[in-house]
Design a protein around this ligand. Structure first.
Ligand code: ATP
Ligand code: MG
Length: 587
């Protein structure tokens, strides 16, 4: 049995942490004080691209590598802060030349390549609202999002345009321009489009950033669609303060770090922490164009000497599935901090980090709506595996119950399960759901933002994820969080992943059913099923343990890597499958 606690000592940390004593910082924290560390625009105002790129390009980090792009063909391309400044200025000039400006919606649909980063930064510079889309989306999800977001301009590649956009152009009447990235470096000539490389070549390197303010919209991000149709969350330039502060305290970024965030900018993590936060801290940010491959990922961690790694539970589970022998062929002496977000991080995964990488994985929690990390296991803090950590300084969290009359009661008693709520006031709070004002209003009760997640807070102030409000299972009067059951199953050596749902039952309300995928070398059988049922009963007790287990070679997940529990549930119950635009291929 593993310990319930991973202690840390400051002396054991290789770099003095930005956050050594979180209780002390919490007492004295003020967003205004932190804000003084941002530069602000020369003539007043705040712009994400200026903070992320230009101010470094004007200072001592001018020639430091900002982005290290690992292309799909194995080549490696470095871009300094100064190069990024000039190239994003060119991009801004291209956009301005086309009549795109403040408030216009700019969509980007391409893989993780230079142009994506330039479009996002150039878009910020002109005051446009940028929305990066995941390049694996099909024509329908692309058109729906651009239509909903009133996209005025789209940046994409020639092949993506031909395969996915050309057929739905008529469904996107707001679109004025499509800028194409030529597939092989040659000018593109698809009808109704413009060749980006040609326009970039003609543009100049200087650009005066539009004087945006804290409240000017900057980003439009669609949620993962785990619980239903994805929502478009709007974020402002002022969010950059959260990105800065969380980069400092939750990810412990120091200027000498080599940092790798594995998320695609099509999801909020890939923008907030794959583009903005690392650049704000002047680090070298590794960007890998390829998709997940266990061997390739271990090699990046080793060969690029990654010191800070931000990834997702699904990726960690896939590495676990690939087996420890593979990991042992690599070594990671530069790695000093590993964090994860997006889904509950099972205690097994935290320990896997300690065993295989030499560092436990630090879970943190946030949402598209919060724009940045809110609850975290920080570098110097003891970890309780299975807990999301504590609210960061500047973030006030609590557990609440929604009453039938619409009022909300704060539950102060430790370990009471309720909805996780956050007090308004952190700078990256979303400012609206696109086209859904009523839904946005309903997320708030007075000063509290209600997250839609269930959690509990223990006596030490650590938060524990229980499940989505919609996913919680009610069985014989018990409230069962799927995460607890899934984590228990994952402790069995045969189990790679588990998804747990409630199945309607006349006697007890709902019974727990688990879908399980197995690790390499294990075969599904009735014997194994019986063993797993018994194992779970012993760990969880009969009231909480699954009554049924189904084996599945892969669990359905969103493109951002979250298990989509609503899909097996709909399939089991013969209900409509709902919006599947974010479902990963082959699920
Ligand atoms: P949708 O809102 O469309 O259903 P989504 O909520 O999955 O999709 P995101 O904003 O990408 O979209 O994900 C945020 C959610 O992910 C959180 O509300 C929470 O349920 C889950 N999550 C994120 N981090 C963690 C974590 N560390 N532990 C548990 N759950 C997490
Ligand atoms: Mg959500």
């Amino acid at each position: 049995m593993r310990a319930a606690y991973i202690a840390k000592t400051l002396a054991a940390l290789r770099v003095p942490p930005n956050l050594a004593d979180e209780a002390a910082l919490r007492r004295q924290f003020s967003w205004d004080t932190e804000r003084r560390e941002l530069a602000g625009l020369p003539g007043g105002g705040l712009n994400i691209a200026h903070e992320a790129v230009d101010r470094h390009a004007q200072g001592e980090r001018r020639e430091h590598t900002a982005l290290r792009l690992l292309a799909a063909d194995g080549s490696r391309h470095d871009f300094s802060y100064e190069q990024l400044r000039r190239l994003s200025n060119r991009f801004a000039n291209v956009l301005t030349g086309l009549g795109i400006g403040r408030g216009d919606r700019l969509f980007v649909l391409c893989g993780r390549r230079l142009e994506l980063y330039l479009a996002v930064l150039g878009g910020f510079k002109i005051g446009a609202v940028v929305s990066p889309l995941f390049s694996a989306f099909g024509p329908e999800p692309i058109a729906t999002r651009i239509r909903l977001g009133q996209g005025k301009i789209l940046v994409t590649t020639e092949s993506l345009f031909r395969r996915k956009v050309a057929s739905v152009v008529a469904d996107m009447p707001s679109l004025r321009h499509t800028l194409l990235i030529g597939d092989d470096g040659h000018p593109t000539d698809a009808p109704g489009t413009l060749d980006l490389a040609g326009l970039m070549a003609d543009a100049v390197d200087d650009f005066d950033i539009i004087p945006t303010t804290d409240d000017d919209p900057a980003l439009l991000h669609f949620t993962s669609g785990t619980t239903g149709t994805p929502k478009g969350a709007l974020h402002v330039h002022g969010a950059v303060l959260t990105h800065y502060v969380t980069g400092k305290y939750a990810l412990d970024l120091h200027p000498q770090d080599i940092y790798w965030c594995t998320a695609d900018p099509g999801w909020v993590t890939g923008t907030s922490y794959g583009i903005i936060a690392p650049l704000l801290h002047g680090v070298t940010s590794v960007v890998d164009a390829a998709e997940f491959d266990a061997e390739h990922w271990y090699r990046i961690l080793q060969d690029e000497r990654v010191s800070i790694w931000y990834t997702a539970p699904t990726a960690i589970r896939m590495l676990m599935k690939a087996g420890p022998e593979l990991a042992r062929r690599y070594c990671f002496p530069s790695l000093r901090f590993v964090a994860s977000v997006g889904e509950p991080l099972n205690p097994e995964a935290v320990w896997w980090g300690a065993d295989v990488l030499g560092l436990p994985v630090h879970d943190n929690w946030w949402q598209t709506e919060t724009g940045g990390i809110m609850i975290a296991n920080t570098v110097a803090m003891p970890i309780k595996p299975g807990s999301m950590g504590k609210p960061l300084p500047g973030v006030e969290a609590c557990i609440v119950r929604r009453n039938a009359d619409g009022s909300v009661a704060v539950l102060h008693e430790p370990d009471t399960v309720g909805e996780l709520a956050l007090k308004r006031g952190w700078p990256s709070m979303f400012r609206g759901y696109l086209g859904q004002e009523e839904r946005y209003r309903k997320c708030f009760s007075g000063e509290l933002y209600l997250t839609g997640d269930l959690a509990r807070c223990d006596a030490d102030g650590y938060y524990w994820f229980v499940g989505r409000v919609d996913d919680v299972i009610k069985s014989s009067g018990h409230l069962i969080g799927p995460f607890e059951v899934e984590s228990a199953l994952m402790e069995h050596p045969a189990v790679a992943e588990a998804a747990v749902i409630g199945m309607p039952d006349e006697t007890v309300g709902e019974v727990v059913k688990a879908f399980v995928s197995l690790k390499r070398g294990f075969e599904a059988s009735d014997l194994l099923r019986a063993e797993l049922l018994g194992y779970a009963r012993k760990r969880l007790g009969a009231a909480v343990a699954p009554k049924e287990i189904a084996f599945s070679s892969a669990l359905p997940r969103t493109r951002s890597g979250k298990i989509m529990r609503r899909l097996p549930k709909a399939r089991e119950l013969g209900l409509p499958e709902g919006d599947l635009s974010t479902l990963e291929d082959g699920a």
